[in-house]
Design a protein around this ligand. Sequence first.
Ligand SMILES: NC(=O)c1ccc[n+]([C@@H]2O[C@H](COP(=O)([O-])OP(=O)(O)OC[C@H]3O[C@@H](n4cnc5c(N)ncnc54)[C@H](O)[C@@H]3O)[C@@H](O)[C@H]2O)c1
Length: 251
Amino acid sequence: MSFESKRVLVTGSSRGIGFAIAQELLNRGAYVAVNGRSAATVQAAYLALGEHERVIKVIGDVGSAAGCEDLVAQAVQALGGLDILVNAAGVDYSTAIEDTTEELWDLTLDINLKGVFFCCRAALSALKESGGNIVNIASDAGLQGERLMPAYCASKAGVINMGRALALDLAPRVRVNSVCPGYVDTDMVRRDFIEKADNPAATEQALKDRAPLQRIAAPSEIAKAVAYLASDDAKNITGIALAIDGGTTAG
Ligand SMILES: NC(=O)c1ccc[n+]([C@@H]2O[C@H](COP(=O)([O-])OP(=O)(O)OC[C@H]3O[C@@H](n4cnc5c(N)ncnc54)[C@H](O)[C@@H]3O)[C@@H](O)[C@H]2O)c1
């Protein structure tokens, strides 16, 4: 899978899964726009990518339509067009129904669902021109319910079905796919699940045991699947939600 001369924007790529995707596609020859909300986090990612000449820095927040339009415009202008949009920016808040305030609901849905839609919308003319494609990072929590994550589950299920709808609307010129990771070893999981626990080691083991394959994935594993879906090898694939969850949603 070569991405030579491909122009890529990965939202939320200052760390975690988004960073791994940026790294994977950069290693395969792409020009990559790396996005985060602050100059400091984007600069840190740029340094971690070896200050590569094919990396473009894009500071912007996907939490509003205007923010999406601005950051996509920055990327399209700097890259001279766009072949691949990967929507990886996301937040997770684990709350009981009673503790899920309107503010928390809006924050989760604005970043995880509205942000994906408006980045897709903003990138549309550039992707139509290039015959490009979109990969959205959803979650196994979009394929099945999870305890204590009502807003997150709603946002990720929305991403999956919105992706199918966009796949229909944008075919045959632009493909749209989702990937649905189970637990992945990033800040999101370490900070919000493992380090918060009374017994972090036991919690980490419990997260592993949740999947039939009894593992937490590395970000690079998700990045390789994204690379496949974004590549020409996947030219007959659109509208899918690919679970990379160690069998968690198998039944
Ligand atoms: N880690 C997991 O186990 C897991 C599992 C399934 C799905 N996911 C999804 O994968 C994606 C990446 O998660 P991660 O684990 O790398 O998380 P992370 O917290 O390590 O990184 C999230 C990234 O999104 C960025 N981001 C957050 N809000 C943003 C905003 N408003 N605008 C722009 N960027 C923003 C952050 O700056 C960061 O770069 C998310 O959509 C998440 O829901 C993660």
